[in-house]
Design a protein around this ligand. Structure first.
Ligand code: DGT
Length: 351
């Protein structure tokens, strides 16, 4: 037996039954890999199924509007993934007759495709022997090889070992087996070593303290921002604007507002932000409610206020719409806003 055979035997018996495991269609495999980046499997499954119902092919993605795709992605986070997938689909339809490339250089050069995604898709969909190295596989390898740090040298060793171990006829199964091992057995804390198919090859297990591998990173404290935003009413409609397409939450819709600066009250900050973004003042009527939300690199407390136009015409720089509450579902909003909508729905949107 070898690590490769032990891992593949275990996978045959224990693999997770996931919707994207029943296909080698490159479009479906790629979509699932994009959705799975930074996101848990249980969260991805309903999004994956819904997306494929609406967009059954790469061509249907290429032909869709970015706003429609973002609506389908709404709530999944890391929206650059969706925008890049759209860009890639358009490139493939325009320059490659809608055929997803099956060679490393072409596929890897597409927007949003990194080493991990290229290796995962090429191995699963096209049976090419590229090891995919995600966070789970890195941890499994650090333990088997007894490496504490992910230094460049150790990463080179991990990569070259995986190139040796990957099964040339079943590279996709090998990669997915290693991922499952990380997700279901070789947990970050309290790994289930007794049920591990490769414990006899594992240096971390032999050490008696597998959790020392890899050594724990010191968690940096993430910053917290206080944000204010306003629902500016004009009759039964209110104002929403589109976020810059290239930045964080790019292409999603939001209420005007921004960070409270030091020394400012919430109302002062909101007046300033609305003037900066909409080119005019407004009457701030009352606070609606507040929510907390955590992004990967910072967290926010967002305070929302009802406002009314003060008779002057708004001169916003960004794309904007005036909508009624019932039209919200036609637009993609950040998750933080959905928390606000829950508060608003409970209050009947009363000013
Ligand atoms: P910046 O100004 O370069 O830091 O860029 P932004 O737009 O990311 O930051 P800012 O100052 O407008 O802060 C707003 C933060 O709150 C941003 O991380 C996105 C988040 N957010 C979620 N929903 C909303 C919303 O409806 N309105 C606003 N203004 N921000 C929202």
């Amino acid at each position: 037996m070898s690590v490769t055979i032990s891992v593949l035997d275990w996978y045959d018996k224990s693999k997770r039954d996931l919707p994207f495991r029943n296909t080698v269609n490159p479009y479906c495999v790629w979509l699932s890999e994009v959705m799975l980046q930074q996101t848990q499997v249980e969260t991805v499954i309903p999004y994956y199924n819904k997306w494929l119902e609406k967009y059954p092919s790469i061509k249907s993605v290429a032909l869709a509007k970015q706003s429609e795709l973002l609506k389908c992605w709404e709530g999944l986070g890391y929206y650059a993934r969706c925008r890049n997938f759209h860009k890639s689909a358009k490139i493939i339809v325009k320059y490659n007759h809608g055929i997803i490339p099956d060679n490393w250089d072409e596929f890897r050069s597409l927007p949003g495709v990194g080493d991990y995604t290229a290796a995962a898709v090429l191995s699963i969909a096209f049976k090419q022997p590229f090891p995919a190295i995600d966070g789970n596989i890195r941890r499994v390898m650090a333990r088997i090889l007894g490496r504490r740090k992910f230094s460049k040298r150790n990463m080179d060793i991990i990569r070259s070992t995986l190139y040796k171990w990957i099964h040339t006829e079943k590279p996709g199964d090998f990669n997915q087996a290693m991922m499952d091992l990380g997700a279901c057995v070789c947990f970050p804390t309290n790994p289930d070593c007794m049920n591990c198919p490769v414990n006899r090859y594992c240096k971390a297990f032999a050490s008696g303290n597998p959790m020392n591998y890899p050594s724990k990173k010191q968690h940096k404290k993430i910053p917290h921002h206080t944000i204010v935003a306003g629902i500016i009413w004009c009759g039964n409609q209110f104002f929403i604007q589109k976020r810059d397409p290239s930045g964080m939450l790019g292409g999603l819709w939001e209420f005007p507002g921004g960070k409270v600066e030091s020394g400012e009250s919430l109302v002062e900050a909101l007046k300033r932000e609305i003037e900066e973004e909409c080119g005019t003042g407004t009457n701030i009527i009352k606070q609606v409610g507040s929510i907390n939300h955590a992004y990967s690199h910072f967290s926010i407390t967002l305070h929302l206020f009802h406002c009314k136009t003060n008779g002057q015409v708004l001169k916003p720089e960004r794309e904007h719409h005036w909508i009624t509450p019932s039209e919200i579902k036609q637009y993609a909003f950040p998750k933080a806003n959905h928390k606000l909508f829950t508060i608003l729905n409970n209050n009947d949107w009363r000013i």
